[in-house]
Design a protein around this ligand. Sequence first.
Ligand SMILES: [Zn+2]
Length: 536
Amino acid sequence: MPDLILFNGQISTQDPALPQATALAIQHNRIWAVGTDADILALARPHTQTIRLNGRRVLPGLTDAHFHFYDWAMLRQQVILTETTSLAKVQQKVEQAVAEAKPGQWILGQGWNQDRWAVPQLPNRSNLDTVAPDNPVLLYRTDLHLVWANSKALELAGITAATPDPEMGIIERDEQGHPTGILRELAINLARQAVPEPTPVDIDQAVTEAIAAAHQLGLTGIHDMRIMGGEDGLPAFTVWQRLRAANRLKLRMWMMLPGEKLDEILALGLRTGLGDEYLRIGGIKLFADGALGPRTAWMLEPFADAGTGLPLMPMGRIADIVTRAHQGGLSAVIHAIGDRAIRELLDVFAEMLPQQTGSPPLAPHRIEHVQHSHPDDLKRLGDLGLAASVQPIHATDDMAVIDRVCGERGQWAYAFRDVLNAGAPLALGSDCPVASPNPFWGIHAAVTRQRPDGTPAGGWHPAQRLSVAEAVWGYTVGAAQASGQTASQGSLTPGKLADVIVLDRDIFAIPAADIRDTRVQLTIFDGEIVYRTTGL
Ligand SMILES: [Zn+2]
């Protein structure tokens, strides 16, 4: 018997067997039935809750296939100063944070840039002392190479006139030799060391708040790329397990494990898919090359202003890891940006896969970013059964640089249309916090290949644009394919998990420029309403 019925909507089920419907019924945490208002409302029983959607557009809950959730959750706790245009605005934000903080709690912030202020002058500690006399404050400049501290932070860090500059760092000082509050490069660590590590309680709180923020954006699933072998790996994985045990994990998490720990992972017998409908081990994450910004992407031909980049790991080593992962039931999830890296990786799979006889991992191997691919190579992606995980919003962030350093070859960057035509499962994501987690910004970027201001007119290499339907597919079915979970996720099909969102506008019908402003009005996760606006 259904617990909840949504009716009078426009439901895009993403299920080819019944693509459109007006009503759906949910029982416990599963889709129970999908169909017409008359058919579905006839299923209602006295205890059934019904919600009239007034013609609103309904989609499956969206999954972001490349996300660094722990980083984002912790970053959200900081004071974000990227939009501040004056010293006074920064002071206002800090004052507000102090009002919400516990006595003596550290206030961390980032994103300020005095060059964007009316008076472009480096600030000092007394500018912060006036609004934060008792709480230590540490504010990273936008480039992260400089911090601005108040007197309390300097005091707790033990930075005084007598403290010498550390190697490769500068403590800025006034005429009397007293620290001004500006710390450059490795002097930042002197202050940073004084900031207490977050406790499990802090982390649970931060992640729970971030989950709620994800629901507001229509996200019900995450493929989490965090869990590098570094010091964040442990807290980033244990928080999910704590929240799951407490029944507070209200996202479907597909966790990557660090590739450099493959020996340990294999020795323990951990395999792709271990877990439950809330938290599962995804694959092992590896890096084939670097990135476009530092010109470390491994390219077939040099950048206009640099060389051809480089592999981060010898391909022979990657071949060994990928083979052992495959045989151990682990999906290999490999970062590859440059066309040389992508080609070499495809060579590895082309050689390895035909030799394997045992059952493959439960999810496909996948390439993360697939950013700059040579047209000769993409067809092999589909032929080899690899999934492509791409981030449309990076395209609009990077297009100017690509035009400059790749010239004509820039047309092969972010070639989403070609990737889709190659027949590879295409999963979309954001790489948050590198970019905004808002999936509607991602859909907008994939569909228009334009910046938010509408430039360039007609879109950047518009032949590579996706339709709205294809972009939505990438955030739903594509993500489910890339994680081998199409039996339970990706579409609104009876028997699948009840993750559903309702939008304030019909993204299939409105001008593409307006998709970016889409708001979610209702988010259902696991059959439970986890976000609802007053408009619905
Ligand atoms: Zn990433």
